[in-house]
Design a binder for this molecule. Structure first.
Ligand code: KG4
Ligand code: ZN
Length: 393
């Protein structure tokens, strides 16, 4: 196992074109308790969890997250080759430790789930190969999970949120509004047309020399800054619709940084102003998305708003969106911080739900660098063309 890995272990409490077998807003309870091992290796976290799914809901029995921050810090971002090698070094140990924490033997696992995309392909392959090998050795099913589906369902790990709900998915690779209508049934309402919002946080941190990962560093630095100090753009707010753009904001931060002396106060002011611009854009776009979702909520059900993905850990964003929800009559839901960023629990959960519906994968399933949640929208109305950007669609 890589020496430079830092381990955060939690115990007890805690991506192919495919529709669920029965996409439906009706909840289907599993007919018997299912115990699933989930593996996540799509970016810079090697993570695993053992989850038990019962009619009453999911319970995490054991969970390990090994972060590669130290391996990538010198580069200011995730280096795919380094990530793949680090996953290969860590994966077996993380799985072993997770099973030990859970107090569960391999023979007690009903299915092995792994992120199968979207993500950095080398890492995705490591997790999939591990899950496939365990499935083969034990004669149990393998379930290839869409990483984005894991994030989309993650708030349900800790609380009941009924379908349909409005999801704002904000991570290092994605920024989308999705109407979550049921397991495997997703409608894209809007998306970034260039950079993901987490990417904008990471690049801002890099430009300001704040280190990696950027999001938490920018948030920390912003605490003592004035959010009105630096005028920054609110891209696409002047246009109707739900699409977003963060590339221009990132460039504006670079310009502002180059035009002044950087000291503790100016850094804090830039970070606070950047974070405020992100919050303003996401709050206004969320308000518009809520108007769309409200029309589809069954009568008698109160509308729910969910934020998920790494940027969902941002406290300023959470409180801005909580206030918006109060204004708009939506309930606000966000996973606990450890399940906002990449984790094995969300993969085990999505895998267990699919297993409970008999929706398992072939061992020949390939890793997918791109795997949009709403395949139809991605095919008929792509926000990105092909190439590097396509992975974010
Ligand atoms: O979901 P995630 O762990 O991985 C992806 O699927 O991309 O998200 C990682 C992203 C990074 O860009 C990271 O800087 C950002 O989430 N992030 C944050 C915070 N914590 C993590 N951004 C803003 N504020 C935070 N507190
Ligand atoms: Zn993620």
């Amino acid at each position: 196992m890589c020496q430079s890995f830092s381990f955060f272990c939690h115990m007890g409490v805690a991506k192919q074109i495919r529709r669920a077998t029965t996409p439906s807003t009706m909840e289907q309870a599993p007919t018997r308790p299912l115990t699933v091992l989930g593996i996540e290796t799509s970016c810079d976290e090697t993570a695993a969890a053992v989850l038990r799914l019962e009619a009453s809901g999911p319970e995490i029995l054991g969970e390990v997250i090994a972060s590669q921050f130290d391996d990538h810090a010198a580069y200011g971002g995730v280096v795919p080759e380094i990530a793949a090698r680090a996953h290969a070094d860590a994966c077996d140990g993380v799985v072993r430790e997770t099973l030990k924490q859970a107090g569960v033997s391999l023979s007690e696992i009903d299915g092995f789930a792994a992120t199968s995309g979207p993500g950095l392909i080398g890492g995705v392959m490591v997790g999939m190969m591990t899950a496939k090998a365990l499935a083969t050795a034990t004669g149990k099913p393998f379930i290839g999970v869409n990483h984005l589906e894991g994030h989309a369902l993650s708030p349900r790990l800790s609380e009941t949120v009924s379908f349909p709900y409005l999801l704002l998915l904000v991570s290092g690779g994605h920024c989308q509004f999705i109407q979550v209508r049921g397991l495997g049934d997703y409608k894209r309402l809007g998306s970034t047309i260039d950079d993901a919002v987490g990417e904008a946080f990471d690049k801002t941190a890099k430009v300001l020399g704040l280190g990696f990962p950027g999001g938490p560093a920018v948030e920390r630095c912003a605490r003592t800054g004035d959010p009105k100090a630096i005028p920054l753009p609110r891209p696409l707010l002047d246009r109707p619709g739900l699409d977003m753009s963060f590339a221009g904001l990132k460039t504006a931060v670079l310009r502002e940084a180059q035009s002044r002396e950087l000291n503790t106060q100016s850094l804090a002011d830039i970070c606070a102003s950047f974070q405020q611009a992100v919050c303003d854009v996401l709050v206004e776009k969320s308000r518009r998305a809520m108007a769309i979702l409200r029309a589809d909520i069954p009568s008698g059900q109160s509308p729910a708003f969910v934020i998920a993905g790494g940027v969902g850990a941002n406290t300023a964003l959470r409180s801005s969106l909580t206030a918006l929800c109060e204004d708009e009559g939506f309930s606000f839901h966000a996973p606990p911080l450890k399940w906002c960023t990449d984790n094995g629990a969300m993969i085990a959960y999505a895998g267990a739900l699919r297993l409970s519906q008999g929706d398992v994968s072939d061992l020949a399933l390939s890793a997918r660098p791109r795997w949009p949640l709403d395949e139809e929208a991605a095919a008929t109305a792509p926000v990105f063309g092909g190439g590097k950007r396509g992975a974010k669609a």
